[in-house]
Design a protein around this ligand. Structure first.
Ligand code: PLP
Length: 358
């Protein structure tokens, strides 16, 4: 570690990302990517690009993409900032709304990148433990206020459990919270339409940001494209002051537009993932691997105490060429997070688990 690094950087642990195997035979159910490729329209847009377009700087605020997304969510262009992946959106929220040394709030457990970004920014992290059913305690806004949190990030549907909070719960939280609430909707595309979850109306609240990404819903994790929806004042501060100049490259702007324009294709993949989620939850349940009602593209299954621990199963699956996510942390070490794959991948997983567990 360089002696020149700031003390908080020297003392922090970096993010540990999911394994990305080199060989393409591995079934990757460990990082919640969409099992389906991006729309064919994205391929066509890429083929139609010329490198001459890369000679000049990109449109600074990605306005063509902003306009499409504004129409999609029925908000104004001024309610939107495009970011280099959802992860840049998180970093921007921290650097814009949290003073170094001040407090950042999150639920525990939750996305493991949050405390890493807070540590880089030298912010203090305050955690509120989720209830046994992964719901946020009713008094959490009051507890974050008491700790002086300037920003709280809540994932909805929650990761790693997939449990969905209602819009009313989030609105109540936002109304009682003194700082900025960022609702991380990385997985919201996979919520059952029957749940009636629609959060974009919350942008009228002066302290709400909603994070979205192309990584999961649009099968574009490799592109690095995300955005924030929010109140015009919050968004303007980020656009005009804290974002990198030209933070979205020209290729991403063009491919992002192509992906958004093909809503029927994206929706088809979300439907397929939802159907597979229901099938897989049933199959795994029969093997004794129960999960809470996930509204995301993964299941968090609990391994009952028996001959094999969650870690044993993770290692045995890995040997069989199937990667799932094991977290070696207090409330998760008897669980596995399994991304929903294609029907064929899910069947291979079920037969591997049947061999291990029966
Ligand atoms: C995937 C993910 C994001 C954003 O990912 P990007 O690939 O950077 O867009 C944000 N939050 C959570 C909880 C995620 O799982």
């Amino acid at each position: 570690m360089s002696k020149f690094a700031r003390p908080n950087i020297r003392n922090m642990d970096g993010y540990s990302w999911g394994e990305q195997p080199e060989d393409s035979d591995t079934i990757k159910l460990n990082t919640n990517e969409n099992p389906y490729p991006p729309s064919p329209a994205v391929e066509a847009a890429l083929a139609g690009m010329s490198t001459a377009q890369l000679r000049v700087y990109p449109q600074p605020t990605a306005d063509a993409l902003r306009d499409r997304l504004a129409a999609l969510h029925d908000v104004g262009r001024d309610n939107l900032v495009i970011t280099n992946g959802g992860d840049e959106a998180l970093r921007l929220a921290l650097t814009t709304f949290v003073s170094p040394g001040a407090c950042f709030g999150m639920a525990e457990p939750s996305y493991s990148l949050y405390p890493v970004l807070a540590a880089i920014h030298d912010a203090e992290v305050v955690r509120v433990d989720l209830e046994a059913d992964w719901r946020l305690p009713d008094d959490s806004a009051a507890r974050f206020n008491e700790a002086g949190a300037q920003l709280v990030c809540l994932v909805n549907p929650h990761a790693p459990s997939g449990v969905l909070s209602t819009r009313a719960q989030l609105q109540t939280f936002a109304e009682s919270f003194n700082g900025v609430l960022l609702i991380d909707e990385a997985y919201a595309d996979f919520v059952d339409p029957g749940q009636g979850y629609a959060s974009s109306g919350l942008v009228e609240q002066e302290n709400v940001l909603i994070l979205k990404t192309f990584s999961k819903g649009y099968g574009l994790a490799g592109l690095r494209l995300g955005y924030l929806l929010g109140h015009g004042e919050l968004i303007r501060t980020i656009i005009e002051k804290t974002r990198d100049s030209y933070n979205i490259d020209s290729i991403s702007q063009i491919l992002g537009c192509a992906a958004i324009d093909d809503q029927p294709y994206a929706r088809q993949t979300w439907d397929a993932v939802r159907d597979a989620r229901q099938w897989l939850a049933g199959q795994l349940g029969q093997l004794g691997l129960r999960s809470s009602n996930s509204q995301a593209n993964f299941l968090l299954v609990e391994v009952e105490s028996g001959t094999m621990t969650a870690q044993d199963i993770y290692l045995a699956l890995k040997k069989a060429g199937i990667l799932v996510r094991y977290f070696n942390s207090p409330r998760l070490d008897n669980k596995l997070r399994i991304t929903i794959g294609t029907p064929e991948q899910n069947e291979r997983l079920v037969s591997a688990l049947t061999q291990l567990l029966t």
